[in-house]
Design a protein around this ligand. Structure first.
Ligand code: NDP
Length: 359
């Protein structure tokens, strides 16, 4: 996660900055907004011919002022978890199999322990059995590999996660490569990524965060085919697989990274933006095409003296600007974050179904 810095949206000078009174209406009014139609001035394209979970259509608006739809990752993630719960109970009744997820944690990092605890809780809530091996910080790489191999051979385990980062004396690549590709529910194995990149090949698992981004677009009925998409960030775990997924869905994809010249100009061409950078409020209003759909993956702590914790979390995208210019945007927190764990559960269920040939 990016180090904590102060970066406030309101300090931006964007072409779309509104007077304060209008900004307040926009910022506080959008949550009630269900339909864009009453708010846009005119429109050109339409996203969302098959929206399943919203009563209205997300319209790509050529509007000067609009209140964006909030893409509610929290509620979509709950829907996904409910679907997983009912599938697991159907599977248990039919073949008496319950999916199992194993997590390997090395060391005592507080953040890693919290992530592992949250994953275990999420497993319990949907009926997935969870297994954990917790090794001390000074364990050897071969001890970690031994735990992985045990889980690879255990038929009650359908997914294996190695909590990152590993202690610096271990080779992360060696460790991740030891996870059986059939149980690689994180989708980080080079074979899975390779298949994701190749036409006509199917990965066994898609990495959870990018899969969550695409799931949000699908469930909000955002049409991807033929649209211009810009992914900001090219990491192995988010940006690169997100770009591959969008391309598989027939979007025309550009990738913006730290060496890209004029990233604002490129991003402004996008109908769909996925940002995974780790820079608070980097994407300003002037980067956003009116009516674009924005998926903000970034999670950045910024100083906030009014908050009892002394900080708050913001995304890569200036949310206030996005609310005025975009057709739809994910909030931070409450957007992509909840989807990541939901997709991990989904991958574990997929793995168990595949192992037992359960349709
Ligand atoms: P990485 O640090 O691995 O990658 C960041 C990417 O952003 C790199 O490709 C880098 O480019 C690019 N970048 C950095 N600075 C700029 C810039 N100024 N302009 C354009 N591109 C830039 O981060 P992750 O992909 O792991 O995570 C990104 C963000 O997503 C973080 O805030 C993280 O906390 C969050 N995250 C959220 C998750 C969730 O569940 N919601 C899950 C995972 C991550 P280059 O390649 O050139 O260095």
């Amino acid at each position: 996660m990016a180090s904590m810095i102060f970066s406030d949206c309101s300090s931006s000078t964007t072409a779309h900055l509104l007077p304060l009174d209008r900004m307040r209406t926009s910022v506080f009014g959008f949550r009630q907004s269900v339909s864009l139609h009453s708010r846009v001035k005119k429109f050109s394209l339409s996203f969302g011919t098959q929206r399943k979970h919203l009563s209205s259509t997300v319209t790509v608006a050529m509007a000067t002022v609009t209140n964006a739809n909030v893409i509610d990752g929290k509620s979509i993630a709950k829907q996904v978890r409910d679907e997983i719960t009912s599938e697991i109970s159907r599977m248990k009744s039919a073949i008496n199999v319950v999916p199992g997820l194993a997590v390997i944690l090395v060391g005592d990092r507080k953040d890693s322990s919290t992530y592992v605890r949250n994953k275990k809780k999420a497993c319990e809530a949907v009926g997935i059995n969870s297994y954990e091996v917790h090794l001390p910080e000074d364990s050897t790489e071969s001890e970690v590999l031994k735990s992985i191999l045990n889980f690879n051979d255990d038929p009650s385990v359908h997914g294996i996660l190695v909590q990152l980062p590993l202690p610096s004396h271990m080779n992360e690549e060696n460790v991740l490569n030891a996870v059986s590709i059939e149980k690689d529910v994180d989708g980080f194995h080079p074979l899975n990524i390779g298949r994701l990149a190749m036409r006509g090949r199917e990965p066994l698992f898609v990495p959870c965060t990018p899969k969550g981004c695409i799931e949000l677009l699908h469930r909000y009925g955002v049409e991807i085919k033929g649209k211009r998409a810009v992914v900001i960030g090219r990491s192995n775990i988010v940006g690169m697989p997100a770009a591959l997924l969008l391309q598989r869905e027939d979007a025309t994809v550009s990738i913006v990274h730290s060496r890209t010249k004029n990233p604002d100009e490129i991003t402004r061409q996008a109908d769909i933006i996925i940002s995974a950078v780790g820079q608070p409020n980097m994407v300003r209003g002037s980067w956003i095409k009116p009516g674009a759909v924005i998926i903000d993956v970034g999670i950045n702590p910024v100083e906030d003296t009014k908050n009892p914790r002394g900080y708050r979390l913001v995304g890569d995208v200036c949310y206030e600007d996005a609310c005025k210019i975009a057709a739809a945007v994910t909030p931070v927190p409450g957007g992509v974050g909840p989807m990541t764990i939901a997709m991990l559960l989904s991958n574990t269920l997929i793995s168990a179904k595949r192992a037992h040939n359960f349709k």
